[in-house]
Design a protein around this ligand. Structure first.
Ligand code: NI
Length: 253
């Protein structure tokens, strides 16, 4: 059974068949799903799906790409959602200098405020770090008691070692199945099995052989197969281990 620790089912790409897709996931081998929010509305939608489906959990947060939607009371409203019993993390939050490198200070302030919320509520965080590796590390290291995952990890093996040393988990997605995945594979090789999470980032990042099509959690099988191949174990064991890792980090029993 699989645990997709990162999928966006609130995305409009699922408007036509969301209910059908989500309700049949356990039958198709997907035992658990975390749906992170990216702004207030998608965080509220994540909570609503978590209330509806026993196997779906929510994370709530403000993504750096949604900075322009931030209002004066947005973080207070996120904090209220975060207290829901099926909210297992604050995310996805972080820094994205690929999308916009002209509002770095605003991105950092938003990121820090949400890390502090996570600490206050004793919840793990789901971090989005795109072309902002140095600043992300510098900020998370200010809070040594934080725990969480660097989602769709794209940093170097050296950075991974620093994060692993401090208890962080690393999330891997469809791109590990792509031809140019050399860097991510190097990281997987040094990452202990008990710190690896698998995620689809649906509807984006479909793995080979589904690349270019809409992604969903059933495609986790291709990511698991690749992980198993790299780590030299059976796909069943890779699935079981990553399921356990996710339950442990997100405190799901
Ligand atoms: Ni995402």
């Amino acid at each position: 059974m699989y645990f997709d620790t990162h999928a966006h089912y609130d995305d409009e790409a699922f408007d036509a068949d969301r209910r059908e897709l989500l309700s049949t996931m356990p039958k198709k081998g997907v035992e658990l799903i975390i749906n992170p929010g990216c702004d207030y509305d998608s965080s509220a939608a994540a909570i609503a799906m978590a209330e509806k489906y026993p196997h779906v959990y929510a994370a709530v947060g403000f993504h750096p790409e949604e900075l322009t939607k931030l209002e004066s009371d947005s973080l207070e409203k996120i904090a209220i959602l975060a207290r829901h019993p099926k909210c297992v993390a604050i995310g996805e939050i972080g820094l994205d200098y690929y999308w916009d490198d002209s509002h770095k200070d605003e991105q950092k302030a938003l990121f820090k405020a949400q890390l502090e919320l996570a600490l206050q509520l004793d919840k793990p965080v789901i971090i989005h770090d795109r072309e902002a590796h140095a600043d992300c590390m510098e900020i998370v290291f200010v809070y040594p008691e934080l725990k969480g995952v660097f989602h769709c990890y794209s940093g170097s093996a050296e950075m991974a070692k620093e994060l692993l040393k401090r208890g962080w988990y690393l999330g891997f997605d469809g791109p590990i199945t792509y031809k140019n995945a050399r860097k991510a594979i190097e990281v997987l090789e040094i990452c202990p099995l008990d710190r690896i999470l698998v995620e689809t980032d649906s509807p984006y990042l479909s793995p080979v052989p589904r690349r270019g099509k809409r992604n969903d959690s059933t495609n986790l099988q291709y990511i698991i197969e690749k992980l198993a191949e790299i780590k030299g174990l059976s796909p069943e064991l890779a699935a079981a281990q990553t399921l356990e890792n996710g339950k442990k980090l997100f405190n799901i029993t």
